[in-house]
Design a protein around this ligand. Sequence first.
Ligand code: G1P
Length: 303
Amino acid sequence: MTPATPPGTSTVKKAVIPAAGLGTRFLPATKAQPKEMLPIIDRPAIQYVVEEAVRAGIDDILIITGRGKRSLEDHFDRNFELEYFLAQKGKDDDLTEIRDLAEMADIHYVRQGEPLGLGHAVGVARKHVGDNPFVVMLGDDIMDEQSTVLDGMIGVYEQRGRSSVALKEFPIEEISSYGCARPEPVDDDDGLVRILDLVEKPRPEVAPSNLAVMGRYVFTPAIFDCLDRVAPGVGGEIQLTDAIALLLAEEDVYGYVFDEGRYDIGQKLDYLRATVELAVDRDDLGAEFRAFLAEFVQRRGIG
Ligand code: G1P
């Protein structure tokens, strides 16, 4: 497995987080609030993604927003009224936490304008990213705090100067929900594959493998020309997957295969799993919550 780059030494400093989607899988909760603001325990989902980026040494984050997403900007901004209130009440821990949130990274926003697909959303970041390598993080995919996937992928860029995509094995009957890769082993690295082809949401019968694209990508800036050239794909949308398929005809693109610690919070069951697993690991809640779970399982005769 490619070693992670020591913190603070990476040249990958920018992340793009597409957050313009409508969140229809979580209606009615997302009727009047962005899906990225749905809480997992006491933090909105997008905060987990931003914290993961910061842990990986990213200090410049561009969030691609759309209509109805203003609360995202408020969340990462200062709130002087609240800070004053907390200070008056002597709630120093809360005050620090709220302030830190606004100082975690430089967070910028740009609107997608038209909902033309994930690839189009990433293309909107071109001006901001410029001629730099960058990370794309999808907000539906939450990684637990111990995850080293992003560090590992940035390490691949540092060593090989190439793009990479996070991949995870799935049962073949679920592959049509994801981008899917045709891999080739890389001799000196068993966690890494070279991607020979990438297909968005294939039917299981024609899927090139059971390796599904997860929502973490590291790109060289060459992806932007590919995004400009790519034709609309599945659902009539500009697909990021199709642009990567163009990129890999020009330069190597790697797949970073991992297994543990990812939740798709766009799915209700995985959202619940994320809430439970992350709560169990929390210093402030874990012990009591574990005791509750054990008692609950016994009381209901589960398992
Ligand atoms: C998107 C990508 C897909 C990827 C998935 C990961 O699909 O298009 O390639 O596998 O995210 O979560 P979406 O979930 O937006 O339909």
